[in-house]
Design a protein around this ligand. Structure first.
Ligand code: HEC
Ligand code: HEC
Length: 376
């Protein structure tokens, strides 16, 4: 790749760039056909930071009461989701949102289910570590010094922190922890599914049924591709070369509690940050990479299977017939105009599910570089 205007194929500067890119792809587990993610200048990638981040991700010492790690809610075997409808934090607080899968998370334009202020992973990671309502890892102000000391006095961590941050004299800080974790999380890249093999020219990598599903996914009847598009299957997308960055959020008609389009009070998506009625029920379209591994679905884990997700879209919204969340999501005034419902045969639904299953990447869930380093 030629990044300098004047470089010719023989120039030595291009050679260096190529070597760097190969090394970077290797560090980030990124095959050739995937673009490079945008990495903030204040936290350049290094092998040492990734290594430290991997240890921290799997270490229960990173919770105040030493009962949870990031891995308590993000399992590699489930593409870093956890299979629960909604998880419970280290002190027993129930969270209202479903644990997200972390495949290709570095390519998201914003982070979490609905937050237009989290534009870098480093912003978002304060939440699981430090938040006090609900508590996740519980490293609140009163526990911070104690948790940092745990790492400061451990010889293995002393060495890893020194190698990851060679220019810093100070010991362990929360920023170093976050920078290392963000670097590791940027390596959680999945690009070796059957679908990727198909993209790379192996026409037999998908079954005929999956090919039909792909066509339906990208067609005007099902409309999926409008919001779940590109290499990461979401319009909430950014890579190193993205110039017109957008931060899309949509209401897809999951609930409708009243005539202003309310969602259950526990979680109204973007509205909880902006207090504008038009933002009620707006969420970020998630990536669909490894989607067959990350059930249950939606921000509140309310849809148990891929079939129930497609039935939701086929109906043009979910009907809640009784109970406190009663209402017809199809009639939600904020619902995206792209979601009008459609008639689908069982054969078509099966094909769409089969296509979504072709996004499962076994190299990702068995990649040793992403696994628990304490079990090596
Ligand atoms: C108690 C369970 C729990 C723990 C522990 C936890 N997470 Fe999460 N994680 C979640 C939930 C739930 C969400 C969705 C949050 C939201 O939308 O507000 C999430 C979202 C994320 C996201 C955003 C993904 C995206 O697509 O935008 C990242 C990145 C992440 N977690 C990484 C981590 C890391 C790293 C740790 C450890 C420091 C961690 N998580 C600890 C439950 C957890
Ligand atoms: C208007 C944009 C839009 C369109 C069109 C759309 N989606 Fe979505 N999709 C979203 C949003 C937003 C969410 C998250 C909603 C929530 O959690 O409340 C979502 C969630 C999902 C999920 C659950 C993801 C997870 O991690 O839990 C799946 C699966 C999915 N969509 C598949 C599809 C399929 C298949 C189609 C076509 C039939 C489709 N989507 C059409 C915006 C869209």
């Amino acid at each position: 790749m030629c990044l300098l205007v004047a470089c010719s194929p023989e120039s030595s500067s291009e050679l260096i760039i190529d070597q760097n890119e190969t090394e970077l792809r290797n560090l980030l587990n990124l095959p050739e056909h995937m673009p490079l993610p945008a990495v903030p200048e204040f936290n350049p990638i290094s092998a040492e930071k990734i290594k430290l981040g991997r240890f921290l991700f799997y270490d229960k010492s990173l919770s105040a009461n030493q009962t949870q790690s990031c891995n308590s809610c993000h399992f590699q075997s489930q593409a870093f989701a956890d299979g629960a409808q909604t998880p419970v934090g280290s002190t027993g607080h129930a969270l209202v949102r479903n644990s997200q899968g972390l495949s290709n998370v570095a390519f998201n334009a914003t982070f979490t289910w609905a937050n237009n202020g989290f534009l870098e992973l480093e912003d978002q990671l304060n939440v699981p570590i430090r938040a006090d309502d609900p508590i996740e890892l519980g490293v609140t102000d009163s526990h911070l010094a104690e948790v940092l000391t745990r790492f400061d006095v451990d010889p293995n961590y002393q060495k890893m922190f020194a190698e990851a941050f060679p220019d810093s004299e100070s010991g362990v800080t929360i920023n170093k922890i976050i920078f290392a974790l963000a670097s590791f999380v940027r390596t959680l890249n999945s690009g070796q599914s059957a679908y990727d093999n198909y993209l790379n020219g192996d026409k037999n990598a998908l079954t005929e049924q999956q090919k039909l599903g792909l066509k339906l996914f990208n067609g005007e009847k099902f409309e999926c591709f409008h919001c779940h598009t590109g290499i990461n299957f979401t319009v909430s997308y950014r890579d190193r070369n993205t110039t017109n960055l957008t931060y899309p959020f949509f209401n897809n008609g999951l609930y409708n509690l009243d005539d202003t389009g309310s969602y259950p009070e526990s979680d109204q998506g973007l509205y909880d940050l902006t207090s504008k009625d038009m933002d009620k029920g707006l969420f970020r379209p998630p990536s669909l990479r490894n989607i067959a591994l990350t059930a249950p679905y939606m921000h509140d884990g309310s849809l148990p299977t891929l079939r129930s997700v497609i039935e939701h879209y086929a109906r043009g919204g979910t009907l809640t017939a009784a109970g406190e969340n009663m209402g017809d999501g199809r009639l939600n005034p904020n619902k995206s105009a792209l979601l009008n419902g459609f008639d689908a045969t069982d054969e078509e639904i099966d094909a769409l599910i089969a296509f979504l299953e072709s996004l499962t990447d076994y190299n990702f869930i068995y990649n040793k570089k992403l696994s628990d380093p304490f079990k090596e």
